[in-house]
Structure formats: C-alpha cells, structure tokens
Design a protein around this ligand. Structure first.
Ligand code: DOR
Ligand code: ZN
Length: 347
C-alpha cells in the first residue's frame, strides 16, 4: 500500500475572523484554535468593541472559551466610529490591547451600524495610526444605494481607498476579503504597506453559487462573490507567492435559521475546514508550494510578528464536511457542507 501524501507547513494564522461571543463563541472557537496559532478577531459585536477595556475583556472571554491545552493567541481589534478618539486608539495600540483598527463603512455589512459614515470624520485617527504604524483593516465597500452591490468594492477603491492612501501614503492598510480584479490590481500596484486578505469562499465560488438552482443562502457573504474572472484573479494572486496576499478566512458563523430566512444574514462559516479549503485551491492551481507563504509567512511579516515555530501537517486522505455543525447548541451550516475535500489536517 502506498503511503498517504503529506504536506507540513509552519502553523498558519487567520488574519480575519469572527468568533462572536457567549454560547456561539464557545461553540466555534475550537475549530480555529485547532488549526491556527493566532487570529485577528473582528470587533463587530453588538455593541462593538470600541475601547481598550472592551478589547481586553473580550480577549479574556475568548481565552476562557478555549479548549484545555489549546495554544492560540487572539489578536484584538478596535471598531472605528465617527467619534473614535485618536489618543484612545493610540493608547490601546501602544498598550497592546489592540493590534489594529477596523474600518466598517456604516451599514456596509453585518454589525456595521455604528461604523464610519465618512472617512473624513476619522481623519485625525488615521493620521495618528499612520504616524505610529498601527494597521488599518478595511471593509472596502461603498454603501451608496445607487451603487450596484457587485460594483461596491471597485467604487470604494476609486472613491475612498485610493484618495486615502494618496493623502496618507505610509498608512499600513489591509484591504480585507478582496473579491475583484480591481482590488488585486490596486494592492499589487500599491506600496509594501498595503496588503490584502483573501477568503476560502472567494477562491472557490463565483456568484452563480449563490443564485443558480435557487437561492443558496449559505454561499452569501459580504462582499458578495463576483463573476468568474474575479475568482480567477484572486486565485492567481493568492498562489502567486506575493507577500501582499495572505490568509484571512472571514469565517462568520450565523445560526442556520438566520441564514435560511426571508432576510438571510451575510456570512459564511468556514472555520471548521479552513486550511483544507485553501489547500484544495492551491493544489488545483498547482501551487501547493506557495501555501505556506500565504497561510503562515506573509501575514506575520506584514504585521511585524514572528512566524510560528510550530508546524501542522495535512494528509491527502480526504476530509468529509458535515451538512451541519452543532456549535454548542446552535446548528450552523459550514462552507463545503456535504462535500469531501482532498486534504485533511492531521490531529
Ligand atoms: O459576510 C459577512 N459577514 N461580511 C462581513 O463583513 C461581516 C460578517 C459577519 O459579521 O457576519
Ligand atoms: Zn469579516
């Protein structure tokens, strides 16, 4: 019998993750901690994490929800609002309570109601962040009702991100969960202070997966998946070896009935098989040799953190994704539900 093929890489990190709070947190966190050494924790709780004290308390709840023996570090972020104070944000960063601040344009997505209505309102905060080297994490979509939802990322680049970086060219910026060729091109042609995360879903699916054969709410997230040509550009960027692109799952758990509803929530729960999902893409692209860079090296380099000294091993013997996952009493449908993925993370 031939031996099972294996792939060992440095332990990866997830540079964009939603773990929620309370019972759901307890139900979803172990999936991430099993694979990733660190994760950037999104602050869009209700109410959002807007102060150092909030972040420290949330970090303590996350650590309290870890399974015994888990080795996992949550990296906290601060949710920017129109009234964020530059001194407070800087103090939170310098004290280590936050590693970054998140810009949600108000009403762009789930949990963004308290977000920023105009970046001009946080100009002082952004100037301070540029001065102290604090990363800005951007949900890059305009919210203007006249802009087609499939164009909102591209328009955001033109109207907001490009002007912002022209004014503050040293601002360390992560363009989160990019979905378009325009975003790939923008990041590629920007300086080394601009990077991007790419989710598994935007590498696997295009917009047909949401809309063909009936509405598929479990493939709906924001920014929405776009046309096939965009998916192909994202695959090329992720597997290119460019240090500007790194792993960020945007795993966003919602209860099954909140997704399968007349107004279904945006968000895809991909945490349980995230690394397997990325590995499938890299294998299909003939680029398994680039997986470690994308998953484990480029992110730490961007954030100025050490790479992991631990390793994880993937085995090519298949992982069966269940139809539904019981997250501590809440049923959640995972990304790739019912599918078999070629690679499996070894225990
Ligand atoms: O699909 C999404 N879900 N996109 C976001 O930006 C937020 C996230 C969530 O928190 O559910
Ligand atoms: Zn997100």
């Amino acid at each position: 019998m031939s031996e099972v093929e294996t792939l060992t890489i440095r332990r990866p990190d997830d540079w964009h993750l939603h773990v929620r709070d309370g019972e759901i947190l307890q139900g979803v966190l172990a999936y991430t901690a099993r694979q990733f050494g660190r994760a950037i924790i999104m602050p869009n709780l209700s109410p959002p994490i807007t102060s150092a004290a909030d972040a420290l308390a949330y970090r303590a709840r996350i650590i309290g929800a870890l399974p015994a023996g888990a080795d996992f570090t949550p990296l906290m972020t601060c949710y920017l609002t129109d009234t964020s104070d530059p001194d407070e944000i800087a103090r939170g960063f310098e004290s280590g309570a936050f590693v970054a601040a998140k810009l949600y344009p108000a009403h762009a997505t789930t949990g963004s109601a308290h977000g920023v209505t105009d970046v001009a309102n946080i100009r002082g905060v952004l100037e301070r962040m540029a001065a102290i080297g604090m990363p800005l994490l951007v949900h890059g979509e305009v919210t203007d009702s006249h802009v087609d939802i499939f164009d909102r990322e591209a328009v955001f680049i033109e109207q907001t991100l490009a002007p912002l970086l022209r004014d503050l060219p040293t601002l360390k910026t992560v363009f989160e969960h990019i979905t378009t060729t325009q975003a790939v091109d923008f990041v590629t042609s920007s300086g080394p202070n601009v990077g991007a995360t790419i989710t598994p879903q935007h590498l696997h699916i295009n917009r047909n997966a949401m809309l063909v054969g009936g509405m598929q709410p479990h493939n709906f997230c924001l920014p929405v998946a776009k046309r096939e040509k965009h998916r192909l550009a994202l695959r090329k960027a992720a597997t290119s070896g460019s240090e500007k692109f790194f792993l960020g799952t945007d795993s966003a758990p919602h209860a099954r009935d909140a997704k399968e509803s007349a107004c279904g929530c945006a968000g895809i729960f991909n945490a349980p098989f995230a690394l397997e999902s990325y590995a499938a893409v890299f294998e299909e692209e003939g680029a398994l040799d680039q997986l470690e860079g994308f998953a484990s090296l480029h992110g730490p380099r961007f954030y100025g953190l050490p790479v992991s000294e631990q390793t994880v091993t993937l085995r090519r013997d298949g992982a069966d994704v269940p139809d539904v996952i019981d997250a501590n009493g809440t049923p959640i449908v995972p990304f790739h539900a019912g599918e078999r993925l070629a690679w499996r993370l070894a225990d």
